[in-house]
Design a protein around this ligand. Structure first.
Ligand code: NCD
Length: 293
């Protein structure tokens, strides 16, 4: 495995995280136009699960950094003939690609990729990890509060199936913030501290809402009789009880009217769309790091 791969937030120390966020901030300011000083930099992006933000913000970051990008159409590749993920990636390595971005439904799919020498950036593995989403979440919080220490973060929704929840828990605790979890009992997760959402709201600096992961077997009907928003979601009433300085986050895609009232998606405290712009900045930073710069 290339030592510059980024597979999980477990791979990064607090110092590494700060370095990546510092680079992301430079890409937002003095180094907007910085490009990789390489004569050849070919990215192969492989998405075995649906994606809009992660996929196209990686592509935007790669193009802005001067890379050439191949979008590997997984459904037309030899994966459909039964080729393993390892053999597919070894092939792409042999034919000249320098960076892999991979999203895959299997937790820790990368464990079978030890002998791939090209750096791999994990764009989400099952309910495992989603490190670049976590980094963009951290950047969004840092821009808001000027620190990542001592923040009170509440993450609410389908915790059991969310890689965003697990990556944020790992990183925020490492950085010295408090992160607690709310939502239906059925979707709690071992080792994740539970808090009553209504009690947590007035104290929270960040209220992060999550989508119900239907593709991982979660069903709305299993936890609610059709009133999910008022029972577990961010309703207008809950929003009104947030601190003035607090913000709303959501990795998106949003199911409007389910986990969040549709009018709150672009409300004053919402950072849901700015999170997406921050995603390009952190992805530029992790690509820079992947090439050893
Ligand atoms: C998240 C994901 O794929 O884990 N989305 C994203 O990358 N922006 C969350 C989700 O799909 O609900």
């Amino acid at each position: 495995m290339n030592r510059h791969s980024l597979l999980s937030m477990r791979d990064l120390t607090a110092k590494d995280i700060v370095q990546i966020l510092d680079d992301a901030l430079l890409f937002d300011n003095e180094f907007k136009d910085w490009q990789l000083p390489l004569s050849k930099a070919l990215a192969a992006n492989l998405f075995f699960e649906a994606s809009t933000r992660t996929h196209y913000s990686f592509e935007s970051a790669q193009l802005q950094l001067g890379m050439k990008v191949a979008d590997i159409a997984v459904s037309q590749s030899s994966v459909t003939k039964g080729e393993t993920l390892y053999d597919t990636l070894k092939t792409l390595e042999m034919v000249g690609y320098d960076l892999f971005v991979i999203r895959h439904p299997q937790d820790e799919y990368y464990k079978e990729l030890e002998n791939i020498n090209v750096p791999i950036l994990n764009a989400g593995d099952g309910k495992g990890d989603h490190p670049t989403q976590c980094l963009l979440d951290l950047l969004t919080m840092y821009k808001e509060f000027g620190t990542l220490q001592g923040l009170n973060v509440v993450i609410c929704g389908d915790i059991a199936h969310s890689r965003v929840a697990s990556s944020n828990k790992e990183a925020l605790e490492k950085l010295g913030s408090t992160v607690r979890f709310a939502g239906p009992k059925e979707w709690e997760r071992e080792g994740f501290e539970v808090v009553d959402f209504d009690e947590a709201i007035p104290e929270a600096d960040v209220v992060m809402m999550l989508r119900i992961q239907k593709e991982r077997g979660a069903a709305l009907e299993e936890v609610s009789d059709g009133d999910y928003l008022n029972r577990y979601g961010l309703s207008r009433e809950r929003y009104a009880r947030m601190k003035d300085s607090a913000i709303v986050m959501h990795p998106a895609p949003v199911n409007r009217g389910v986990e969040i009232d549709t009018d709150l998606v672009e409300a004053e405290k919402s950072r849901i769309f700015p999170q997406m712009a921050n995603g390009v900045l952190v992805r530029k930073a992790v690509i820079k790091r992947a090439f050893g710069f």
